[in-house]
Ligand binder design. Sequence first.
Ligand code: UD1
Ligand code: CA
Length: 479
Amino acid sequence: MSANAWPLDIVIMAAGKGTRMKSRTPKVLQKLAGRPLLGHVLATAGQLQARSAVVITGHGAAEVEAATAGSASVSGRFDLKFVRQEPQLGTGHAVQQALPVLADDGVVVVLSGDVPLTQAATLQALVAAAGGDRLALLTVRLPDPTGYGRIVRDTTGGVQRIVEHKDASAAERAIDEVYSGIMAVPARLLRPWLEGLTCDNAQGEYYLTDVVGMAVAQGVPVAAHCIADAVQVAGVNSPQQLAELERAHQLRQAQALMEQGVRLADPARFDLRDHASGTPAQLRCGQDVEIDLGCIFTGQVEIGAGARIGAYCHISNAMIAADAVIHPFTHIDGEAAGASVGTGALIGPFARLRPGAQLGAEVHIGNFVEVKNSTLAAGAKANHLAYLGDATVGERVNYGAGSITANYDGANKHRTVIEADVHIGSNCVLVAPVTIGAGGTVGGGSTITKSTPAQSLAVARGKQVVKENWHRPAKLPKA
Ligand code: UD1
Ligand code: CA
């Protein structure tokens, strides 16, 4: 993206209460695709190569500031400032609070912290419309404009002013072009207008929208940049609206993937979100990737060419190599350490891969098998009901049903090493630290506490006792 003709300073209004969310969490911290609404707005500001962003906080200010200052989507991209607005006397009053930290040489873009899906390209067009000497408004035509500020035009089509719904006449309420809440304007023009605002209106608030009439009165050109895509300017006021925007956003992500050739069984049942730890959502797919319905991807996920993801898998911070097959209901979360699945591996159904699971080519992990912080070399198999934690597993190892590594002694974690071509029988307990030598076999039901040499058989269980012609105890006669 080329450098901006004017330095951009973004003002984000985020002081409102969000009563209709009925939540203890401030509205701008409600999540869409795993990221706070305000985080989406700040990420867009980052794409614009803004010089600074000023967030106006009020309700839940401390919480909003704390959650935002450290977020991954923001860090280092621009100068981030917070300004408090207390009490909240309207949108004009909100932007007034930012004046002390706004430089006069920039173009100010006013955004709302609860409008998450505006695209950077749309704002760039708006900034271009403002240029160095105009006021530019982002507008949209709505089938039901109730509640919004209306764009009032003169007989030649020029924008005259914005009238708020509550202040509008019946004729004005019939106007379907509404103000989105987003404008771009040179700071040196905005400053005196904001200083001149009054609250003489139906709501007794300082309306930011009154600057439009002031511009017209001074002969400053006002441009209305009308877009057709209402999703980009839709705000979140209720859980219903949040869910609607979530679906709209997910559908767009799904469509973008399908355009790259990814085959989604159902784009309406696909989700890609930020990871709970804050890793931004990013799904990269090779050619001929197939994703069945109901899958959720979070954080950074890479899927190699020809890999197939079964229905209802949850995959986070993970690398799936080419031609791997992840069967339904598999849960993979690499968290900070990451998790990787090798070429042609078969995972699941109902498998769980945790941080540090590194599976080589052609590894098989079957149902109800959990793998954590363990490396499995090519061709290793653990097909049923097993746990591998803090283990190094060699090539072609076969790990039996019900076997576990006892990696935790109650205080410390220890490693289990299972060398190449070992066969671990069913229902074994490998008490770490322990090494099973290459090519060795561990008999089913063994509890192994000492390392075993290569090519050995280790059996550590009670010897089978057989008593022939044995009779079960009979019931005693009743007293
Ligand atoms: C505003 C516009 C209206 C437009 C609509 C689009 C004004 C006067 N009206 O309506 O023309 O159609 O947005 O959604 O600007 N906020 C503060 N401090 C305040 C008041 C609001 O930070 O004192 C924040 C809110 O948290 C929100 C944003 O500003 O993020 C917009 O406020 P909201 O009350 O939703 O906008 P309206 O005044 O209804
Ligand atoms: Ca309001």
